[in-house]
Design a protein around this ligand. Sequence first.
Ligand code: NAI
Length: 294
Amino acid sequence: MATAAVEVIGVVGGGQMGSGIAQLAAVAGFDVWLHDTEPSALQRAQKSIVDSIRHLVSKGQISQFAGTSSLNRLRYTSNLEDLRTSDVIIEAIVESEVVKKKLFSELDKIVKESTILASNTSSISITRLASSTSRPSKVVGMHFMNPPPIMKLVEIVRGADTSDEVFMTIKTLAERLGKTVICSQDFPGFIVNRILMPMINEAFYALYTGVATKEDIDTGMKLGTNHPMGPLQLADFIGLDVCLSILKVLYEGLGDSKYSPCPLLVQYVDAGRLGRKRGTGVYNYQNKTPAGHP
Ligand code: NAI
């Protein structure tokens, strides 16, 4: 099956995921534009990418030349129009259907006719995102795991109209980025979050109803089931706001009360305790070195 040539990648959203995806693509040899509406987010993204690439060089994982070339292939912009030459755009903005649809509709008008619009959404329907564009066959889910440079999986989500050629192009791209691909049909939460989020929600319920302390819940799942990280620690790592958004999508999309978000999770998000990215979530990360991720 034919695949389209990909040379230039646009990444929209320079937060935890977008900055990692941009870094990964630049190190793999693609020209990359990273866009965020917030100049401060772009500055943070640039710092994190530079630090991370320097770290790869210092560990001998890539050469000095490869590190410098990767940094030179990255451009940062707050002007969405700069992404117009991209062959593939990977969207990694806030997990909101309304905001993502608005972006997809804008991108549809800016980019080339052949450009593929991929979303890193954790749970939102690709078919509905595609409906905000004039190119539903070229809209696809490309769901990286956190942190994108390290985690080996990409979940590709086929919307109702995603073409076979677009699927194959994104599969080939993910493999060039060093990832293993799984394919999901377009149902709420896809594969990974459909299974992961109920576990995280249950861990919150266990904490909420006083079954155990947060430490014992996490240690139980780490040592009892050989998970590298406990579910509450993982929720902090993902972002409690992101977890809540995904659970709402599961609850609304599948209509089963078992997906109803735990009130404690809702309260933490209301209080701005969003996890590691805000310095506090289930755990407090201020004045501490945050735990690493597998
Ligand atoms: P984040 O909150 O770290 O970053 C989001 C970024 O998007 C922010 O820098 C914000 O300024 C920017 N943004 C918001 N609206 C924008 C717009 N209209 N145009 C351009 N930039 C905009 O969020 P994170 O964690 O990086 O998540 C991003 C996406 O990736 C979400 O859809 C999330 O569900 C998904 N995802 C998150 C994972 C995680 O572990 N956090 C894992 C896999 C997917």
